[in-house]
Design a protein around this ligand. Sequence first.
Ligand code: FES
Length: 159
Amino acid sequence: MPVEAKKEQDVRLLVRTLVKEQGREKAELIPILHEINGEFGYISDDAIQELSQQMNIPTSHIYSVATFYRMLSTEPRGRHVIQFCESAPCHVAGGRQVWQKLQKELGLSKGETSADDKWTLLTTSCLGVCGVGPVMIIDNDIYGNVTPDQVPNILENYK
Ligand code: FES
């Protein structure tokens, strides 16, 4: 079976299992989307279509929820997702230099995923911890007071 067909079958099976376990209530939509995103790294069109059928919710509504939350994605992402704060307080605390170093180390620009699918580099608005800017999040880890020199060591933590 081609890889894409297998993925489609897997995601549809996961959706059916999750809906069976958690129920069809609308309140379960976000937790289910989180599970799918965690398992596949993003929420595919196939996942949205299957969810729509199983939960009887329009695909347009599911899509709007999936694109509203920063932690969910409807595009494939790398295994590690970097979110770099680009709001003004972090920027003036040295964020610009850290951002440049990050792009250089990874060979990526904003919004790109590396060819080996290891990294996705994103920016975000204020994360609410401006006192320790510049700030970035890698997966679920938050880094504050980041300097350009620290960037290679921080990336090394993610083999
Ligand atoms: S401006 Fe970066 S955390 Fe608030």
